[in-house]
Design a protein around this ligand. Sequence first.
Ligand SMILES: NC(=O)c1ccc[n+]([C@@H]2O[C@H](COP(=O)([O-])OP(=O)(O)OC[C@H]3O[C@@H](n4cnc5c(N)ncnc54)[C@H](OP(=O)(O)O)[C@@H]3O)[C@@H](O)[C@H]2O)c1
Length: 291
Amino acid sequence: MHIENSPRKILITGAGGMVGRATHAHCRALGDRVWAFDRQALDVTDEEAVARRFDEIRPDAVINCAAWTDVDGCELDPERARRANAQAPETLARHCRRVGALLVTISTDYVFDGTKNGFYTQRDDPNPQSVYARVKLDGERRAMQACARTMVVRTGWIFGLGGKNFLSKIVELAERGERLKAIRDSWGTPTYADDLARRLRELVAVDLPGIYHVVNSGEGASYEQFAREALTLAGLDTQIASVSFADLQRPAARPQNSRLRCLLSEAIGLAPLPHWRDALARFVAAARAGK
Ligand SMILES: NC(=O)c1ccc[n+]([C@@H]2O[C@H](COP(=O)([O-])OP(=O)(O)OC[C@H]3O[C@@H](n4cnc5c(N)ncnc54)[C@H](OP(=O)(O)O)[C@@H]3O)[C@@H](O)[C@H]2O)c1
């Protein structure tokens, strides 16, 4: 599929986060006019502030990277989770409709319960198992209802510069001499924030509403496989203790398998993102270069 990436006026929310920063950098590199707001500059739960920013900027497209991503925290404070992850996408969608902008909003592989063998596609019914997952699914639906020009992007297992999750920190933890543990029997499709950012911007150009699953290609990985590959690429021989999914005692349930595949991207001829091992090699090199 040929993608016409002419410069646009793009408003990015959650621009202080891992995906928000990568998306900001990518859009700027493409020559877009970008307004990238972190939480201090634009709290997406504050409807008046959202309305004001939309009136000032009149964006062509909004890429919503804001979310409360503390999965265990959401379990303990469902109301805050609902405001940030369900109500805010609807508010953004409503104002996108008002100013004639396209909305691209990010959702999660956690909308699925994890019991399927194989890859989850758009044909699979969501069955969220945690507060975080339920409010993210609600956010998808409310956004699509409020603005017909909404593209929902489900993704998962994101790693990238500045990321605070296990996948992003594994090499740094090993270099600090920390003892490492990784789950051997939980599977996902790793996604490099830089590759996701590129695809988010391509989707702005595609401008076709629907639910997209965006992940790096390949067969997916367990946390342990991903961690071992990251350490090999970094030239480290740190030991990793292998633990089982069942041993994990966390406040919020996680899906044991949340690998994603995108029927819609395939149908419209979007090229698959690079293999996750290739993406991980680029990430390890970028982290090493101190970028
Ligand atoms: N990381 C993953 O593996 C993963 C997997 C699946 C889906 N996702 C989705 O991907 C998207 C991006 O996540 P990420 O990994 O980049 O997470 P992140 O690093 O936690 O970034 C999220 C950003 O949103 C901001 N935010 C929170 N509440 C806000 C509010 N009310 N108004 C404005 N900004 C607010 C946060 O700011 P503060 O830090 O100041 O609160 C943070 O900078 C989210 O929709 C997430 O649900 C992530």
